[in-house]
Design a protein. Structure first.
Ligand code: UGB
Length: 432
């Protein structure tokens, strides 16, 4: 039976098939047919290869297009920007990945590091917990100083792996977090997402990096919770958190301890005490009070049990930056590599406060003086929303180990804040 067209076009295994059909010798016609069918086959094979190749390249075009549409990182140009930003310009300098770089503390620390010649790459997801345009303005400031901020989330393991692939970061300054004590009642899962899941994703990336970076990260004074012994010392128990925010920060301290213990990551946790200053966070009391006073709107001033005023150990941003940089400088090395611990690594926790608590009504009076306007005070009993009555830091440990010495009192710091606020927003502009 002559071979069907189908057989000629799609022989299963050509050589074997022909030998079986002809039992040995072939005549001219058979040779010609064989030659003709082989060349047809060859042409079809070429056609199929070309078809497959064009399909695959179309697919990769679609994939890369999709990547560019939904992911704002990757590519040769992006890698170049990351590398340039990470370049060290001083002897003995470090290259630091700063998470939350478009945030309040993150932007200040990034600038300070860049100014003294360290390499800095920022990472920030630019979420809308508060007005993202303020974060974008901070980003522009950093860009003008040569700091590149990658737009991405600390929960994105692929992005983190890529960053460590492109740059051998010596340090990570981890400041990305869901902040705010009272907002935790509104959106509890955002705290778990950033402060727990995001932290673990970041630590996983750091543990696997080779070399492993040293990590300095933001814990919080809120871990002291309902403690009554003052001032708060790092050796005090911290097992009475008053808010979910505090609980996630406390959990962060325990989680980082396990990564130090198992993988040899060098860890420094900083308990910040109500940080304030220029380029600050609009959700915080000093900031929202300023906005409302300027707009002639009332402010709500909480009052504690038995009509006792609430008090905070307000700490000025420049002092906090010095504490952060001092922590990076003294962090010591991580000891692991490739996910394996090679020896013990430092695990440290420091209070970064101001050591002189001020009551909230006094904070309002200082603002009134600087703004030359009277506040419309609406005094209410503190609702059970996660607030603690007072905070007060003992900073002897940070002073000894980091050379930390706060120098700005609330009066001076708020003057600088008000000056910045008026230059940034003017007198009447609305802030979200
Ligand atoms: O040290 C920290 O670890 C935390 O500091 C900050 O929390 P807090 O100390 O609570 O600051 P902040 O909100 O400015 O309230 C200040 C005071 O004003 C009172 N307060 C507040 C709002 C209001 O409308 N009225 C009022 O009286 C309020 O009752 C309080 O007594 C950070 O936000 C937090 O992210 C975390 O970093």
């Amino acid at each position: 039976m002559p071979p069907s067209l189908e057989d000629e076009l799609f022989p299963s295994t050509p050589g074997k098939f022909k030998i079986e059909r002809n039992h040995g010798l072939m005549n001219h016609r058979q040779v010609y047919r064989c030659f003709a069918s082989t060349s047809t086959m060859f042409l079809w094979a070429l056609f199929l290869i070309a078809l497959t190749a064009s399909y695959l390249s179309f697919q990769s075009f679609v994939d890369s297009g999709r990547n560019y549409l939904s992911v704002s990182w990757g590519g040769i140009q992006w890698e170049k920007q990351v590398r340039t930003s990470a370049q060290i310009h001083r002897t003995g300098g470090m290259s630091v990945l700063v998470t939350g770089a478009a945030g309040f503390v993150g932007s200040h620390v990034s600038l300070a590091l860049k100014r003294r010649g360290d390499g800095v790459v920022g990472l920030d997801n630019f979420n809308d917990y508060y007005d993202p345009s303020l974060k974008k303005a901070r980003k522009s400031l950093l860009t003008s100083h040569g700091v590149f901020i990658v737009q991405g989330d600390i929960n994105d393991a692929k992005l983190l792996a890529k960053l460590f692939d492109v740059v051998a970061f010596t340090h990570v300054m981890h400041l990305a977090a869901q902040a705010g004590v009272r907002y935790a009642m509104e959106n509890p899962h955002s705290y778990v997402h950033s402060n727990i899941a995001g932290l673990v994703t970041l630590l996983e990336a750091c543990k696997s990096a080779n070399p492993q970076p040293s990590i300095v990260w933001a814990s919080s004074s809120s871990v002291y919770g309902l403690n009554e012994k003052v001032p708060f010392s790092e050796s005090d128990q911290t097992d009475q958190p008053a808010s979910l925010y505090a609980a996630t920060k406390k959990a962060g301290e325990e989680i980082t301890h396990t990564y130090n213990h198992i993988y040899g990551l060098s860890i420094t946790g900083l308990r910040f005490f109500t940080v304030y200053g220029p380029w600050g966070r609009p959700d915080m009391a000093y900031f929202s009070f300023t906005r409302n006073i300027l707009q002639g709107k009332p402010i709500t001033v909480y009052r504690g049990k038995n009509r006792v005023d609430l008090a905070r150990d307000f700490t000025y941003i420049d002092d906090i930056v010095k504490g952060c940089v001092g922590s990076l400088d003294t962090s010591g090395k991580s000891t692991g590599s490739g996910g394996k611990k090679r020896g013990p690594a430092p695990y440290r926790i420091f209070n970064l406060g101001n050591t002189s608590p001020v009551t909230v009504p006094t904070l309002v009076s200082i603002l009134e003086r600087h703004l030359k306007m009277k506040a419309k005070r609406n005094i209410v009993d503190m609702p059970g929303n996660g607030d603690v009555p007072f905070t007060h830091a003992n900073i002897s440990s940070a002073r000894r180990e980091l050379g930390y010495k706060p120098t700005t009192d609330l009066q001076t710091g708020l003057k600088k804040f008000v000056k910045w606020y008026l230059s940034y927003y003017g007198y009447g502009k609305t802030v979200n």
